[in-house]
Design a protein around this ligand. Structure first.
Ligand code: IMP
Ligand code: MG
Length: 180
């Protein structure tokens, strides 16, 4: 059993999504992908850093041929979006004519995803799909279709399972939300 509360830097977080709930949700998404993507030879693009743990667990459950690559974008400082998205590491693969599946930890304002999407569209993939472990629908500022979502959550700031608070908390096996 995971801890009910954790302390990360100066803040206290309460258990929000347990490890077993995450595992179960990922199994569902994997099953859906195994049905829908098995003949598409997709290229998965993982948005670092936050999506590393989700991507690892999800990809292990897929049973069809695929490739994986990584890009790095940053928009958050502390517990808030800066509204400005910076590319820290770009894409080296040729995606022209490919089915691309973007793996993200959380879609919050959607600005990171929108920014990456517009860059990606310029490279002329055949099809782009988005999978996110978390979606905060009330904070979404852009018109985005997230094809696979594990959890829709309220506007709370969360850490764990890849998500961080100022770089800490990513290694927690469950997800915790900011208290008070
Ligand atoms: P967006 O551009 O506002 O959609 O933010 C997306 C990025 O901000 C995500 O990829 C996360 O890295 C980070 N982020 C958004 N919400 C949270 C949160 O509640 N906890 C930790 N990181 C978050
Ligand atoms: Mg992220």
């Amino acid at each position: 059993m995971e801890d009910q509360q954790v302390r990360v830097l100066d803040k206290t977080f309460a258990l929000s999504v347990s490890e077993s709930q995450i595992t179960e949700a990922i199994a569902k998404i994997a099953q859906q992908m195994n049905e829908e993507l098995y003949d598409k030879n997709p290229l998965f693009i993982v948005l670092l850093n936050g999506a590393f743990m989700f991507a690892s667990d999800l990809l292990k459950k897929l049973n069809f041929p695929s490739q994986v690559s990584f890009v790095k974008y940053a928009s958050y400082e502390g517990t808030d979006s800066t509204g400005e998205v910076r590319e820290l590491m770009g894409l080296s693969e040729n995606v022209e004519g490919r089915t691309v599946v973007i793996i993200e930890d959380i879609v919050d304002t959607g600005l990171t995803m929108a920014s990456f999407l517009s860059a990606l569209k310029g490279l002329q993939p055949k099809d782009i799909r988005i999978v996110a472990l978390f979606l905060k629908p009330e904070k979404l500022q852009v018109d985005l279709q997230v094809d696979y979502v594990a959890f829709s959550i309220p506007n709370d700031f969360i850490v764990g399972y890849g998500l961080d608070y100022n770089g800490y908390g990513r290694n927690l096996p469950a997800v915790y939300s900011l208290m008070g």
